[in-house]
Design a protein around this ligand. Structure first.
Ligand SMILES: [Zn+2]
Length: 314
């Protein structure tokens, strides 16, 4: 009987999946994540999605990216703020519901594996994947190995403190990179800037000030609004300082920036490269290349398929 690999990238809003046969994607699908119904319902939805993607074929392995803190030894999602999960036995439940072996990892680390397998990082051994969206996270590969740590949570670069007097962070600290440069931070600063500058087109683009999100701030900046451009520039400068620190510490050959904010392209890259020039050591900056992801949000599914493939190989 023909077997397929299934990869699913579970996000707070959607779950995206694909089935691959002989290394080629044969089917893709996206479903809403109904986290408000509880973990059991979400896992039922994921199992149904996996079986649908397989289309009657046997699933040889299921790879899954989960947005949260995981215990990979016990197959648990210890905590996920996005999903509202505490100690959910994801692996055991999904194996029971699908009859397939399940291999899971943190969503950002999975997307990093996707960049290595299919994206700009192919063949690169010293590589940092940074996702800049609602939050900021990373997957750090040195000498071809992903840094994990004893609790599988190495790479939480979003909580690198850059400004101790800065804004509050979701982690309880202050002035973390995530609190200064994420989409959430850009939206917060955009709303404040709009209120302080009645002439900014932020106030005309948004029907209600509460509708100002990061995408709208980028849109206003692209349209030539100086107030919005300053918000973007400030956030991307912080991001650049964060990247410069990472470059100094890890000496990567490549930094790939993904996540929603990476769609800003050059508007993100120019200030980031400026700060890396300014704050990283010459020996490090000479070897590093900084790019935005070419895979975009497909990196998660590509990585989940890769996780399934590697899981099978043991
Ligand atoms: Zn933090």
């Amino acid at each position: 009987m023909e077997t397929v690999l299934v990869g699913i990238d579970l996000g707070g809003t959607n779950a995206q999946g694909a089935a691959a046969l002989d290394g080629k994607i044969i089917r893709q699908e996206k479903i809403p994540t109904r986290s408000q119904l509880g973990a059991e319902a979400v896992l039922d939805d994921l199992a149904r999605l996996a079986l649908e993607l397989a289309g009657g074929r046997k699933i040889a392995a299921l790879g899954l990216g989960v947005p949260g803190l995981l215990d990979l030894e016990r197959g648990l999602c210890v905590f996920s703020g996005n999903l509202g999960w505490d100690n959910v036995p994801v692996k055991a439940k999904l194996e029971e519901k699908t009859g397939a072996p399940v291999f899971m990892d943190n969503d950002v680390r999975v997307a990093a594996a996707g960049e290595l397998a299919r994206g700009l990082a192919q063949g690169c051994k010293d590589f940092i994947y940074l996702t800049v969206g609602t939050g900021i996270g990373s997957g750090i590969f040195i000498d071809g190995h992903l840094l994990r740590g004893p609790r599988w949570s190495a790479g939480e670069v979003g909580h690198m403190v850059l400004d101790p007097q800065g804004p509050d962070c979701t982690c309880g600290s202050k002035g973390c990179l995530e609190a200064l440069a994420s989409a959430t931070a850009i939206a917060r600063e955009g709303r404040a800037a709009a209120a302080a500058n009645p002439d900014s087109i932020l106030n005309t683009l948004a029907a209600d000030p509460r509708d100002i999100d990061a995408a709208l701030v980028f849109e206003a900046a692209a349209a030539g609004d100086a107030v919005a451009a300053r918000v973007v520039e400030t956030a991307m400068t912080w991001l650049g300082i964060g990247v410069a620190n990472l470059v100094n510490i890890f000496n990567p050959r490549l930094v790939v920036i993904g996540g929603g904010v990476s769609l800003a392209g050059e508007r993100l890259l120019a200030p980031v490269r400026t700060q890396v020039e300014r704050y990283s050591m010459p020996v490090q900056r000479e070897t590093v290349s900084i790019r935005t992801s070419a895979l975009g949000d497909a990196a998660g599914v590509a990585g989940a398929l890769e996780l399934a493939r590697r899981g099978l190989e043991g």
